[in-house]
Write a new protein. Structure first.
Length: 239
């Protein structure tokens, strides 16, 4: 995994045996969080996302998934209790989860299901920087929805990599938006050099989803993996 960012994507549709296997890997606090969901499908998505993440991380670390212990930063970003070169992040939206793993650099990942938003312009004006909003609204109306989620996931990936949560306004930095432009940060807090220190990638997911990964390091290769239902579940879960 040296100089490589490993990205896994998983469809959160699975047989009951896979759900049970994932549930068996969770910590006490994760089980408690799962029990707080009012709707069954949200509970299933949480259990599968956390369980798959633990199983994958366990394979990178060479330990059993239930034995992994996490601590959390001031803004809630998880990290391993024991010191490790392995950094990670995860996200899910709808029926898709994504997981990022890297060595020796903090990494952030985000995914969003592309869906209609009636007040897209107002949300952009509220959360994006002025140049991004102007670029979004200059696009043909039919293309704005996809561009909006492209912008959102690129910015959220950075927020998650930094680990500062909502304390960093999305308007505090700018990313490129058009498909014809290189995927990158334009500035971070007005600092062009800081923007150059970060790498940003879009994720090759399905047409129904937008996703991005961000990290502060020299450019790494992006290596994609996929977990599907059926046979891949058996191989991933070891049963």
């Amino acid at each position: 995994m040296e100089r490589t960012i490993d990205i896994w994507k998983a469809c959160l549709q699975a047989p009951s045996s896979a759900l049970a296997r994932c549930a068996s890997t969770l910590s006490t606090d994760e089980r408690a969080r799962a029990g707080q969901f009012r709707f069954d499908h949200l509970q299933r998505e949480f259990i599968l996302t956390r369980g798959i993440f633990r199983i994958l991380l366990g394979r990178y670390l060479g330990v059993e998934a239930p034995a992994i212990q996490f601590a959390y930063g001031p803004k809630g970003k998880p990290h391993l209790v024991e010191c490790s070169r392995t950094h990670f992040n995860l996200a899910h939206s709808g029926e898709l989860a994504v997981f990022a793993f890297a060595l020796d650099c903090e990494v952030g990942v985000d995914v969003e299901k592309i869906r209609p938003i009636s007040d897209l312009a107002q949300i952009g004006e509220r959360f994006f920087c002025a140049a991004e909003t102007e670029e979004l609204l200059s696009e043909e109306p039919s293309a704005r929805q996809e561009m909006f989620f492209r912008c959102w996931t690129r910015k959220e990936a950075y927020i998650k990599a930094v680990g500062e949560g909502v304390t960093i306004p999305l308007s505090n930095f700018r990313v490129t938006l058009k498909r014809t432009d290189p995927v990158k940060f334009v500035h971070i807090s007005g600092n062009l050099n800081e923007a150059k220190a970060w790498v940003l990638h879009d994720l090759p997911l399905t047409p129904a989803y937008a996703g991005a990964v961000a990290y502060r390091a020299d450019a790494h290769a992006l290596r994609m993996h996929e977990v599907k239902t059926g046979g891949d579940w058996t191989r991933l879960l070891g049963r």
